[in-house]
Design a protein around this ligand. Structure first.
Ligand code: AHR
Length: 612
């Protein structure tokens, strides 16, 4: 491998080349990155109709003798009227004595709540009753026997005759990753509950994100976040698509919605504002994916698309408009008067072939460009198959076998360098060869990313998909980060991405692989970047060996300036491999496949390396 370290022969890599794609799939957000512990906190999972679906809320006590549960539409929240009505039939005295510990309801969260000793949890609930109440709010083990934290709320009839917000801070005295929240009482009467929330009070930057998951994202140093999804944005039906105006404002007032592609309810605690906040917290640019009136099964004709276009314009004003503007003032009222740095707007997802796409697209394009000429518009139409006039970027999705993904490293070698650039917003090895995310898949993806790095004058942005999976609801396989209530690990695909975290804004150097049979299964690239921490220049060579044997490779670096600050002493090599290409990580062995770094003993102008 010949590398020329002269920057003059290299090419700057776009600032935003590598980022992440967040989709509400696999409970990535609800029951994942969004730290809310209560599932179905507003009892709305069945939609606005009565009776609603209170799942996974369950009864504590005997349904016929000690209490009855039902839903009605008496909530004080206009956009989500469903409330839980609990009629307690037993009491502390008389003929029908409540069991010790009381009767009531519990919520097991998303396959168990992770409650940790010494940590604090903010519980908020809305209560109404026709009489005085005495309700124990408790975090307990999975069967209710072990109490991890508890607090009694008492109120007179007059205090709770109207809906009243109650707030409790619980500190856990023990750890249980499979805990639940209980609301119990031993007093006869009728109590209504609504909007019951439990949040750990140590979320990422205090913004509601589950810390350890957000930290894994931060470690990737993503330059952008595409959100809130692909098919999730489309919806199976338009009525179930993500509509941002329903996801902003006080969480209690959000109606929530059923994501009918990945088939689960979300309370939309992770709404449009929170996504923008996440981008800012991670130092990434937002890429806002917008439904342009087309779902997987129904659509709005171009002649009726105007309200959707207005929604798009309003969303931009919300993100970056003046704090005195209609929607900008709502952002300011939430506590963020400064604009978010929204520069990219994706019109639709995978719906280019749809009969209304072109017509709808142009209406959005014209309106957005007129109001915000600097915003880069992303089309879902593929530049390989058609000429694109009205687009700054085109969205390109690649899901392949490992072998085919390795070959895709050359997909952009011949792509035109003029006109719209590619945004490879979804790529991954999937199918049988990928398992649940193995080394083989990661190697092929790394090869593909090396190809993108080398062709970064034709590709501006790239992100892996999907990002997250809650192991209890695997709707798509593989994924980059696997978690349950208390555990998490990166798949090899996650770790492969870490090799590229310095690439955005770096210089891709001129390099040539002299190939023979085995080296045709190699792909390599070299980058150089200046580290702002120590103002020194670093050079990184990345090589993927897709051959089924070890390869001895000579690396020669030419063109180093005599006074170059490129570090040779202290150089390291980082290896992502293990014995078997099918190896995967798991909760039991989360670090089985992880990059290992060691000193590069023979660092210099000429180096012999062995690629396993
Ligand atoms: O990443 C999973 C899905 O794959 C996305 O929702 C969609 O855009 C693609 O088909």
């Amino acid at each position: 491998l010949l590398v020329n370290a002269s920057e003059a022969l290299g090419r700057p890599i776009p600032e935003t080349l590598f980022g992440i794609f967040f989709e509400e799939i696999n409970h990535a957000g609800a029951g994942g990155l969004w730290a809310e512990l209560v599932s179905n906190r507003g009892f709305e999972a069945g939609g606005p109709n009565i009776p609603s679906n209170i799942d996974p809320w369950s009864i504590i006590g005997n349904e016929s003798s000690s209490l009855t549960l039902s839903t009605d539409d008496s909530s004080c929240f206009e956009r989500n009227k469903v409330a839980l009505r609990m009629e307690v039939l037993c009491d502390t005295e008389g003929t029908n004595i409540c069991p010790a510990g009381g009767v009531g309801v519990y919520n097991p969260g998303f396959w168990g709540m992770n409650i940790e000793k010494g940590k604090k949890y903010n519980v908020v609930l809305y209560v109404r009753s026709s009489g005085a109440i005495n309700v124990s709010v408790s975090l307990t083990g999975p069967n209710g026997l072990e109490t991890l934290a508890t607090h009694d709320i008492t109120a007179s009839a007059s205090q709770v005759s109207n809906w009243t917000k109650m707030e409790v801070l619980l500190e856990a005295n023990a750890t249980n990753p499979n805990a639940r929240l209980q609301l119990t009482t031993t007093r006869k009467g009728v109590i209504w509950f609504d909007q019951v929330s439990a949040m750990p009070n140590d979320t990422y930057k205090g913004h509601g994100f589950r810390s350890e998951l957000a930290e894994m994202l931060a470690d990737l140093k993503p330059k952008f976040i595409r959100f809130p999804g692909g098919c999730f944005v489309q919806g199976g039906r338009l009525k179930n698509a993500f509509r941002w105006k329903s996801t902003i404002g006080p969480w209690e007032e959000r109606p929530g919605h059923f994501g009918d592609v990945w088939m689960y309810w979300t309370d939309d605690g992770l709404g449009y504002f929170e996504f923008l906040q996440l981008t800012e917290d991670l130092g990434a640019l937002p890429v806002w994916v917008f439904n342009i009136g087309i779902s997987l099964n129904d659509q709005v004709s171009t002649s009726n698309i105007r309200p959707f276009v207005q929604e798009a314009l309003d969303s931009i004003e919300f993100a970056r408009g003046d704090p005195n503007s209609t929607w900008g003032s709502m952002r300011a009222a939430i506590g963020h008067p400064e604009p978010f740095d929204l520069r990219h707007f994706a019109l639709g997802n995978e719906d280019c072939g749809n009969k209304n796409y072109q017509g709808n697209y142009l209406k959005f394009y014209d309106a957005i460009k007129k109001a915000y000429p600097d915003i880069k518009i992303i089309t879902t139409c593929d530049r390989f198959s058609q000429k694109l006039d009205h687009a700054d970027l085109y969205d390109y999705h690649v899901y392949k076998s490992a072998k085919d993904m390795f070959s895709m490293a050359h997909q952009f070698d011949l792509a035109s360098r003029d006109g719209p650039k590619a945004f490879v917003s979804e790529y991954a090895v999937n199918g049988k060869t990928a398992g649940k995310g193995n080394i083989l898949a990661a190697l092929a993806e790394a090869a593909f990313l090396i190809g993108i790095e080398q062709n970064s004058d034709a590709v501006s942005m790239a992100s892996y998909a999907p990002l997250f999976v809650n192991d209890n609801d695997r709707r798509w396989n593989p994924d980059a980060i696997v978690f349950n209530s208390s555990q998490l690990y990166g798949t090899p695909s996650y770790w492969a991405q870490c090799f590229f975290r310095e690439s955005s804004s770096a210089t891709v150097l001129h390099s040539t692989l002299q190939t023979n049979t085995s080296t045709s299964q190699l792909i390599a690239s070299a980058i150089m970047w200046e580290n702002s921490g120590d103002n020194k220049s670093y050079l990184r060579v990345k090589i993927v060996n897709f051959w089924n044997d070890t390869v001895n490779l000579k690396i020669s670096v030419d063109g180093l300036e005599p006074n170059s600050t490129i570090l040779l002493s202290g150089s390291t090599k980082t290896v992502l491999t293990s014995g078997n290409p099918m190896d995967e990580n798991s909760f039991n062995e989360p670090n089985k496949v992880k990059p290992t770094q060691s000193p590069l003993e023979n660092a210099g102008k000429d180096m012999d390396v062995i690629l396993l």
